[in-house]
Each structure stands twice: as C-alpha cells, then as structure tokens.
Design a protein around this ligand. Structure first.
Ligand code: NAD
Length: 366
C-alpha cells in the first residue's frame, strides 16, 4: 500500500503525521511512504531525513495521486477532502461527534476514514491511542505555559530576603492531560488541588501528590468506556460549590474537562472569574470543544479583572517534535493491526476497526 503524508495546513499546526523512523517501520510492514515536500520541517524533520528513511518526497498533487491512504493530524477541512481521490482511505483526528459536516463530506467524496480519536479504550489499543500520547504532552506544556504567565514562582523558597510560599494550582479534570499537569506542577514545587467527577481519579490524584476535592454523588455519574458520558446539573452544581474556595485562592488554574468527545462542560463562570485573585492565570485546554471557562476564547488570551485567561486549542503542536514522534508511533501500531501489505482489512469484527472506521463505502458509520 502506498501511504501518503501531506503537509498540515491548519494554521498553527506544526506536527507531521509520520516521522522518518516511522517510514522505515512501515516499509518493514510492506508499505511504501510518499511525503509532501517540507511536510516535516516545522516538526524538525527535513526532506533528506525522509529520503534516507526510504520515503519518496514529492509535490502535494503527486502524493495525493499516488497514495491509497493519507495519514494526517488535523481534522481535514472540506477543501482538503475535495482534493482527495474517491476510494482513498484517510487516517486522522476527526472527532466525529463534533464534525458531522466533515463525515458527510468524506462519505460523499467516497473516502474511507479512520478517526484515531475514536480508538476504543482497551488494553490492546493503548499504544494506538493518540488522545493519550498527545494530551499527555499537552498537560505538561500547560503547566510550563502557566508558570511563564504567572508573576510568581511555584516552589517554597526561604531566602535571606524573605520566604516565598508555594503557588496554588487548581486542576479540573484528572484524565491523561490533568494527571501529567499534576505531575509537572508537583515537580516545580506547587501545591495542587484537583476536581474530577470520575471517582477512580481520587486515588490517581493522591498518588501524584495532589489533593482531591470531594463532591457528593459521584457514584451517579454515567461513565462509558473510560469517558464521562453524562452528568446531572445537580452534581455539577455541587461540584461548583465544592471547588469555589480553591478557585478563589488559586494562582494557576488548568482546565482539561471533556465529556465523551462532545461539548466541554462550563465549569468556571464569568462571575467566578470576577472573584479570583488579581494576577492569577487560567489555562483552558478544552477550548477546541467549547471551553471549560465561560470567558475563554480558542487560541486567544483575554484579561478579566486582572485574571489572564489563555485558551489553548492545540498545545501538543507546540512541542511538535516529540508530539509527531509519538503520534507516528501510534499510527504505525494501528496500521500494523488493521492492514495487510496490500491494504486495509476493513474487518468490522475487529473492535479497533469497528470503532475507528467512521465513513466506509460512501456511508457515514459514526
Ligand atoms: P477526557 O479527555 O475525556 O476528559 C478529561 C477529564 O475530564 C476526565 O478525567 C474526565 O473525568 C474529566 N471531567 C469530565 N467532566 C468533568 C467535570 N465536570 N469536572 C471535572 N472533570 C471532568 O479523558 P481522558 O484524559 O482521555 O481519560 C479518561 C480515562 O481513560 C483516564 O482514566 C485514562 O487513563 C483512560 N484511558 C484509557 C486508555 C486505554 O485503556 N486504552 C487510553 C486512554 C485513556
């Protein structure tokens, strides 16, 4: 199978779907890789590195004409779907629940699409899970970004000029990104409090040195396949009340809360931001899904009453070298599981294929 890698076109997207070492791996699986000129430059991989790894480097139109499968990172735009050939397969982030128009366009174009973000949360698929690999990096970067935006430092410091108390960091959501944010903030010396509504996260938070903010009724939250599927307004109201004190006292707030691929819950209202300390910072990592703070804007920084609110759509892209390496590893593991040298198996009895194949034979399956 000829696998094509195009340069990402989404503004600010610096990752590339396959790195040179992954091209070598794929050739061992019996595939050939064609890469658009300059596709890896923003992530630190030049054309020569791909050629050394055995890939063909060509123009965009040549790659599209040759490839049976396109591997990409960002959700394809309708303009990009229009340039794909019917019968091609595409492997990408798609977020099918949020992008019905993308699914319709892919099906109409006759493109068979695999959404990597729809990977089932089963042990066998852990190494194919781009949400885990990318959100882990994003959680780290959120803390670094927050530390840089704060007018104070994280650790306790006792100096001849006086004692500096540790920064207070509040984290909403202890999934992959949140847990990495706890670990990173802890290493920098902050005091960390955490709110999540999946009860099992309490132990995980505590094992990393964070304090879990308990809310009554968490046993009633509907969890499906490791994700929060739904939560009642009553529990959200109780959570808001329980977290309020920590929010008002926090120096840095990082929000990562998502609900099963859909719209993110609003957890911090404008009125609550009004009660926060001047100089405090909110990093909202959920802006791509609508945001956890009422005032945050995707990829923008806004100020409200002396509080800086930074909306981050795509923090993984700000560490493109490691993000691309891990993404490419997820992709090669996925391809090893669902292809033969001549192409995809489209074996719907395989849980991984059934969950990720969102358009097939001109039909939307998601
Ligand atoms: P996610 O991105 O869907 O959500 C992020 C976090 O937000 C979750 O912890 C969720 O509980 C939390 N959240 C939702 N509503 C909230 C609210 N109102 N307030 C506070 N927090 C809220 O989740 P994720 O990071 O992708 O991971 C979810 C779980 O799945 C994790 O425990 C992770 O370890 C597990 N996981 C398993 C596999 C696998 O087995 N293959 C792969 C990846 C992740």
């Amino acid at each position: 199978m000829i696998i094509g890698v195009l340069k990402e076109t989404l503004p600010g997207e610096r990752r590339v779907a396959l790195v040179p070492s992954a091209c070598l791996q794929l050739s061992k699986q019996g595939h050939a890789v064609h890469v658009e000129q300059g596709a890896g430059l923003a992530a630190g991989f030049d054309d020569a590195a791909y050629q050394t790894a055995g890939a063909v480097v060509a123009s965009r139109s040549e790659v599209i004409a040759a490839a049976a499968t396109l591997i990409r990172v960002a959700v394809p735009s309708t303009a990009e779907i229009a340039e794909m050939r019917g019968g091609t397969s595409v492997v990408s982030y798609i977020y099918p629940k949020r992008h019905r128009n993308v699914l319709d366009a892919l099906a109409a174009q006759g493109v068979n699409a695999f959404a990597l973000d729809a990977m089932p949360r089963i042990t066998r698929a852990q190494s194919m899970d781009v949400l885990s690999s990318q959100n882990n990096l994003a959680g780290y970067k959120a803390v670094v970004l927050g530390a840089n935006a704060l007018g104070r430092i994280f650790p306790l410091m006792m100096t001849a000029a006086g004692t500096v108390t540790p920064a207070k960091v509040l984290i909403y959501g202890a999934g992959v990104a949140g847990l990495q944010a706890i670990a990173t903030a802890k290493r920098l010396g902050a005091r960390i409090e955490v709110s999540d509504i999946r009860p099992e996260t309490k132990e995980q938070v505590e094992s990393l040195g964070g304090k879990f903010i308990m809310v009554e009724g968490l046993d009633k939250v509907n969890i499906e396949g490791g994700y929060v599927a739904s939560v009642s307004p009553e529990i959200l109201a109780k959570q808001k009340e329980a977290v309020e004190k920590s929010l008002v006292e926090a120096d840095l707030v990082i929000t990562t809360a998502l609900v099963a691929g859909g719209t993110a819950p609003t957890l911090i209202t404008a009125a609550q931001v009004g009660k926060m300390k001047r100089g405090s910072v909110i990093i909202d990592m959920a802006t791509e899904a609508g945001g956890n703070c009422e005032l945050s804007k995707p990829d923008e920084t806004v100020e409200h009453n002396g509080v800086t609110i930074i909306g981050c759509n795509n923090l993984a892209s700000s560490v493109p070298t490691h993000a691309s390496e891990l993404y490419a590893k997820n992709v090669t593991t996925f391809l090893a599981a669902v292809t033969k040298p001549e192409g995809f198996t489209f074996d719907l009895a395989d849980e991984v294929v059934a969950a990720t194949l969102v358009t097939y034979n001109k039909e939307v399956r998601a």
